[in-house]
Design a protein around this ligand. Structure first.
Ligand code: S3P
Length: 185
């Protein structure tokens, strides 16, 4: 008798959740992926900005990081209840809360887009939209945050794709191949 893919059994919903560090390409890859699969595309940061009527920078500045993290948890709780056939790009810090990891895993297949420090620094050079990277040395900040987060991203994903030096199309194709392999059985 053919055995079911054990990974498939664990993943209950058909959504794809993209996680990874700032600048790893979650939003651009997510939009491409959604188009290729005819899924809807959502971005937790955009969702929060629209509902709060403020930029992420302003939410951090006016309400503080803890407030923003609560909004992230509430957002994925809502998505988990109603979403199907969706690709969801998440903010880079969202998997840091332990309770969020469980929700993300219930939401769908968790895909970690791995990126190196050098690629992040190159892609986010001059960026002013990410409060955690403002002021001080970007090199040190990225290095420190990446080393704190790497094992968390890696520990909660179903699929890992290294994104350095790859095009958006290449990354989307790799995700689709691995996603279909999980859903084959
Ligand atoms: C954050 C990442 C950002 C945004 C916020 C905090 C983080 O999203 O949610 O600035 O803690 O890594 P991106 O990963 O889309 O840049």
């Amino acid at each position: 008798m053919k055995r079911k893919n054990p990974e498939r059994k664990r993943i209950m919903k058909d959504n794809i959740v993209l996680i990874g560090f700032m600048g790893c390409g979650k939003s651009s890859v997510g939009a491409k992926l959604a188009k290729q699969l005819s899924f809807s595309f959502y971005d937790t940061d955009k969702w929060i900005e629209e509902r709060e009527g403020k930029s992420i920078n302003d939410i951090f500045g006016l309400n503080g990081e803890e407030y923003f993290r609560n909004l992230e948890t509430n957002t994925i709780r809502k998505m988990e209840k109603t979403f199907h056939h969706a690709v969801i790009a998440t903010g880079g810090g969202l998997p840091l809360r332990h309770c969020n990891i469980k929700i993300l895993q219930q939401l769908g297949t968790v895909v970690y887009l791995k990126v190196s420090k050098d690629t992040v620094l190159q892609r986010l050079k001059g960026d002013t939209k990410r409060p955690l990277l403002q002021g001080g040395s970007p090199d040190e900040k990225v290095e420190c945050l990446l080393s704190q987060r790497e094992s968390i991203y890696q520990g909660c994903c179903n699929i890992l794709v290294v994104t350095d030096q790859k095009s958006i199309n290449q990354i989307a194709d790799e995700i689709i191949t691995q996603y279909k392999a999980i859903y084959k059985n």
